[in-house]
Design a protein around this ligand. Sequence first.
Ligand SMILES: Cc1ncc(COP(=O)(O)O)c(C=O)c1O
Length: 378
Amino acid sequence: MKELVTSIPKLHAGDRLLCGPGPSNVHPQVLEAMRQPINGHLDPDLWNVLLDLVEGLKALWRRLDGVSLCLSASGTSGMEAGIANLTEPGDKVIVIHAGFFGARIAEMARRAQTELVELTAPLGQIVPLDQVQEALKANHDTKLVGVVHAETSTGVRYPLEKLAHVIRATAPDALLLADCVTSLGGEPVETAAWDVDYAYSCSQKSLGCPPGLSPFSISERGLDRIRKRQHPVSFSFDIDLLAKYWLDRPAPYHHTMPILQYYALYEGIRLALEEGLEARWARHEDAGRYFQQQMRDRGYTFLSDPDHQLWELSAVNVPEDVDGKQVQSRFLRELGIEIGGGLGPGAPPIWRVGLMGVNANREAADRVLAAFDAVLPR
Ligand SMILES: Cc1ncc(COP(=O)(O)O)c(C=O)c1O
């Protein structure tokens, strides 16, 4: 019979270069910020920190209207909060998907009992915009269109700005929900200029912070939709309540925030703004382009359509004669480098290499390339 233990070993986390689909390595100054003294979540000094953080979030999402806040939960909850706030049972929702995370948006919309229309494409491709336009014409009562901007499972970028144009021209009342979990901080995400109603992200990828937070941004139109709801939203995800907690003073208690996590996010965003968003996007693009060209020079190919290839994440096709999982495991065990494999049932044989946050540079790319050369001499 099993017995209860009386102690557990001391924690020894291995040192890794995290070049998978996320988390990426945490910036040292972000880790340092987490060592600052903890203030209570109802301490007026913390409230001021939070208000500065909100200004940083607005700058990151590039939106002054609506609200830009953060959920004390991971990116998946950002997705769920969007569906929960912006749909009601019976609403028509179009989800555009060609990958694991897009399919998850569809699954959430299904569970929320919406009338779901799914538009799909083969992995590595995008659903063409004219197909979206046709679907909107046929479903003029669509309340919400959901899409993943940067699909981490395939390395594909969806043309979000063009999609927003198509929606506004064809079904102006439909709101646009965009998963920016991998794109925020790593490439342009212009929520106001592109007219994205609800966008959510995570802390652990291009922002170089620990996992567990989901920054999000919602437009005035999105807030208006929430005000007109027939049914209340679940308490934890109620954006109206969250906005009061983040912005009203004195702050009406909603939940006890993971304060050290927020210090980390604060520092991560401060560093991103100090670097300059354009410079940061360019750094991610340079690292991705460099890695992809070097891999092509070695004879590797990619899953993604080259016209829609992400920089932050490259889905490399595993050559036919190679055991992809074994290579991943050798990278980790022998070289301390994490890369990802295919995600979910039906995933093709791929490696997913992420160059995000502090790892978005040629030095990290060179370490991954050297690992490929060492484990798979060609
Ligand atoms: C595109 C995308 N959406 C959503 C998620 C879910 O985020 P989290 O794992 O932080 O819940 C991920 C995570 O990798 C992702 O890559």
